[in-house]
Ligand binder design. Structure first.
Ligand SMILES: [Zn+2]
Length: 85
């Protein structure tokens, strides 16, 4: 049983690899950190995730990098948007 930790440093939440949505991902963000993101980002990411598995999967990957960076910055007390990837 593989367990994956939240991608935000020092967050100790874990999830079983089988439970991860969409399957096959190696990174995961816990609910606490995901819900701390601006709603517009969460909505955009969820929408992009629906297209995973198709040819339009790239926006979801890009958005994931952005929301991950933003969650880590928010957890570290840095405010404002980020542009990564
Ligand atoms: Zn977390």
């Amino acid at each position: 049983m593989t367990r994956i930790a939240c991608c935000v440093p020092f967050c100790r939440k874990m999830i079983r690899a089988e439970q991860i949505e969409p399957a096959g991902r190696t990174e995961w963000m816990c609910r606490t950190h995901f819900n701390a993101l601006p709603a517009i980002r969460r909505r955009a990411y969820r929408k992009a995730c629906k297209r995973l598995g198709s040819l339009r999967a790239l926006p979801a990957v890009r958005l994931w990098r952005r929301i991950r960076a933003q969650a880590i910055e928010a957890a570290a007390g840095i405010k404002g948007g980020v542009r990564v990837g």
